[in-house]
Design a protein around this ligand. Structure first.
Ligand code: ADP
Ligand code: MG
Length: 724
């Protein structure tokens, strides 16, 4: 019976034609290990090659300044000739014609083209054309060619797959085709019939085929819509299950005495109204029948730490220990100092445990965590060092996790183990838009600090383009001359991740007709930016930090910046959760159009922490009006929740799912499509159906949910895997 053999989707990719050990290794790098992974490798873009034009039409377009890419059916009228221009550079040319004109076709550094094309061949050419007014001649640069005949129709819409070193578009196209052929009837439907009907969604099998081989742009869009819904539905299902599990009655410790007066009196300030509200929500949770599973969101600087401290105080007062976990050692150290200052006078003991805590001290702390919390350490602050197996605390009642999304998969798994019977409070600076809060309602509880403490300075935001480069450098110099520091944030570390990875890849030379993504200016990388700054501003100390550095090295550079030893810190977004550096007065963000508004808003919160006037400068050469509007919205708004709302409308929920610890992390592989969903109604409906399914069959054990359960398992496993 079909049910009993290994499902085809679960078989290794090597069962597919053309996949040997080398390809298998290359595919594994992209997280593609099974036939199912290949089926679900959605194209990252499409080219519309179906819009065939005659050469005279194309020439007319070019004269108006529009260069394509265009498609033309042309016959080759000369044998290819390859000429060596200079070392490392050769060009191959042929002449080609149709009934309306002729064109010279040129390829740079693709001599192998000569072996593929010959006089008399008729091909579909797709590429950028140019018109030379002086010679009144049309030329075509590095086009893609496909043999053309009346009998065999070429597809109009051609997918462009993500690739890596050693994989070509041609190979990926064959791979997905073979995988689809194999998968056959395993592309079963798992959505409820009424959901399909209500949203007029096509079937899964149809959608998966159409996303790979669309009949038309409309078919592709329709397929995408269906798969977006699928992702949302699976994501909400997994959330609903996690939440149901945590809401079970448990042996958790409970708060009975909620008097916070001594704590509030010890605080050097009074809580804002928003902080007070969040504290009471948390205290109520911890006094209830079930475990707390709550996320505390609020802008950078909104005072989440004080709310967490209140929770830890309430815990301590009721005989519970607390763990407070931060993603970096610097941050943990800062928290530990804050907590110590606050709690010592209240007679509550705190301690810091990180990877660099000396063995002797560590042993002391571990001993201290056993027995009555009133005697020993009550609040333990640390990094993921808290998750080590031998760190065992008696009467552990509360786990606070700062910026959970910064922790790796294994760490989150360990955390989950450790906090099984513990109230859980996650803190995140990514505001969750109301729409998503509603959608996620009942799956996780959300507290929002939507008010900043009084007296915060306003940060001036500017939007500039590349022509300001010299002035920007002068401005950095000026900050340094005044004894202040600058952050420069870039979207990429070094190589352009958009670039196609493989040699001889024709697609690389062509602009994509990107159906999924707006055309964007090229990406600045941090390494190059750091080098350029170093030569432009030779007198300054410039540091460079990015996510791929070893943690210790990262910490070293960040600390050097925090200690004022560096004038400029060039980085990728790792500084998002960086340290408090009140002396930093300027932040410059390169390729600002690449970032989500919420992310930019969080970055902005890194400056303006001291007394000096601070500036936030967005550099963008994007001419897309949409990109410009988004940046303007950021310039004009300081409310993180408003920005989040706007971002959701424009960019879809991807940023929130990916950046927020609340809503479980979902990597690019499986959560690529829905990440750009711009339809709040779709999100709402997906959560509705997921919640209903979870209520009817919480563990998806009913026979009719068997396929769904296994698809969900693959979805969550895969998304976890792509995190690292
Ligand atoms: P975040 O929400 O980014 O974690 P923090 O908790 O680090 O913010 O708080 C930022 C700063 O604001 C800290 O220096 C903190 O002492 C201060 N702060 C927090 N709450 C208040 C308040 N109610 N009034 C005045 N200052 C506050
Ligand atoms: Mg914080």
């Amino acid at each position: 019976m079909a049910e009993e053999k290994t499902e085809i989707m679960e078989q290794p990719v090597t069962v597919l034609r053309g996949v040997g050990p080398a390809k298998r290794a290359a595919l594994a790098k992209m997280g593609i290990e099974t036939v199912g992974d290949a089926v679900r490798l959605w194209p990252r873009a499409y080219q519309n090659r179906g819009d065939i034009r005659s050469l005279d039409q194309i020439a007319a377009r070019c004269r108006e300044g529009e260069n394509g890419p265009f498609s033309a059916i042309l016959t080759v009228s000369s044998e290819p000739q390859t000429r060596y221009i200079r070392k490392g550079m050769n060009i191959t040319t042929v002449k080609a014609f149709d009934e309306t004109g002729a064109v010279t076709v040129t390829w740079f550094n693709q001599p192998y083209v000569a072996g593929r094309i010959h006089t008399g061949d008729t091909c579909r050419f797709f590429g950028r054309f140019e018109w030379n007014e002086r010679y009144r001649r049309l030329s075509l640069n590095s086009p893609l060619t496909e043999p053309w005949s009346e009998e065999i129709a070429l597809p109009d819409i051609v997918p462009v797959y993500p690739v890596t070193q050693g994989l070509t578009q041609r190979f990926m196209t064959d791979l997905t085709k073979n995988a689809l052929d194999k998968a056959g009837e395993e592309l079963a439907e798992t959505l409820p019939t009424d959901a399909l009907e209500e949203l007029s969604l096509p079937t899964y099998a149809w959608a998966v085929r159409q996303i790979h081989r669309p009949e038309s742009v409309e078919a592709m869009e329709n397929a995408k819509r269906r798969l977006v819904f699928e992702e949302l539905w699976l994501m909400f299902l997994s959330m609903a299950q996690t939440h149901a599990a945590s809401k079970r009655k448990s042996g958790a410790l409970r708060i009975r005495d909620a008097d916070l007066a001594p704590f509030l009196a010890a605080l050097p300030f009074s809580l804002t109204g928003a902080q007070e509200r969040c504290v009471s929500e948390i205290v109520a949770d911890m006094g209830g029948e079930t475990l707390m599973n709550r996320i505390l969101t609020g802008d950078v600087g909104s005072g989440k730490t004080a709310v967490a401290a209140a929770a830890a105080y309430a815990a301590a007062r009721n005989g519970m220990r607390s763990f407070v976990m931060a993603p970096t050692e610097i941050l943990a150290t800062q928290h530990a100092a804050d907590f110590e200052r606050l709690f010592a006078p209240l007679g509550i003991r705190t301690a810091l445990l990180t990877g660099s805590t000396k063995k002797k001290e560590r042993d002391g702390i571990l001993r201290d965590l056993r027995g009555d919390p009133a005697e020993g350490i009550s609040v333990l602050i640390g990094t993921h060092a808290l998750l080590t197996e031998d760190v065992i605390a008696d009467s552990l009642g509360l786990c606070v996790i700062d910026e959970q999304h910064r922790f790796g998969v294994m760490q989150r798994a360990a955390l989950f183990e450790k906090s099984r019977n513990v109230h859980c409070l996650v803190m995140s600076a990514t505001p969750i838009p109301r729409t998503l809060t509603l959608a996620a309602y009942g799956m996780i509880d959300v507290s929002r600090i939507d008010e900043l403490p009084a007296g915060r300075q306003k940060i001036d935001t500017f939007i500039v383009n590349e022509s300001y480069r010299e002035r920007l450098n002068a401005f950095i110099q000026k900050q340094a001359d005044e004894g202040h520091q600058t952050y420069v944030v870039c979207p990429a570390i070094e190589e352009n991740p958009d670039a196609e990875g493989s040699e001889g890849e024709e697609m690389a030379n062509l602009p994509l007709v990107d159906v999924m993504d707006e055309g964007r200016p090229p990406m600045k990388n941090a390494r190059q930016t750091a080098d350029e700054l170093a030569s432009a501003l030779p007198g300054l100390g410039i540091g460079f930090v990015h996510g791929r550095l070893k943690p210790a090295e990262k910490e070293r550079v960040m600390r050097a910046f925090a200690d004022g030893e560096l004038d400029v810190l060039v980085s990728t977004t790792v500084i998002e959760v960086g340290v408090n550096v009140p002396n930093a007065t300027l932040m410059i963000v390169e390729n600002a159009e690449r970032f989500g508004l919420s992310q930019l808003h969080q970055l902005r919160g890194r400056v303006g922490r001291g007394r000096a006037k601070s500036y936030f400068i967005l550099v963008s050469d994007s001419r897309s009006p949409e990109a410009q509007d988004r940046l303007k919205a950021l310039k004009n708004t300081t409310d993180g929740f408003e920005i989040a709302e706007y971002d959701l409308e424009i960019r879809g929920p991807g940023d929130f799912f990916n950046e927020t610890g609340a809503i479980r992390q979902h990597g690019q592989m499986n959560f690529r499509l829905a990440a750009a969903c711009r339809d709040p109604a779709m999100i709402e409906r997906a959560s509705f159906y997921a919640k209903r399914a979870a209520e009817e069959d919480p563990n998806l054990e009913k026979p009719e949910n068997r396929r769904l359960a296994s698809r969900l398992a693959v979805f969550t496993r895969k998304t976890e895997k792509t995190q690292n």
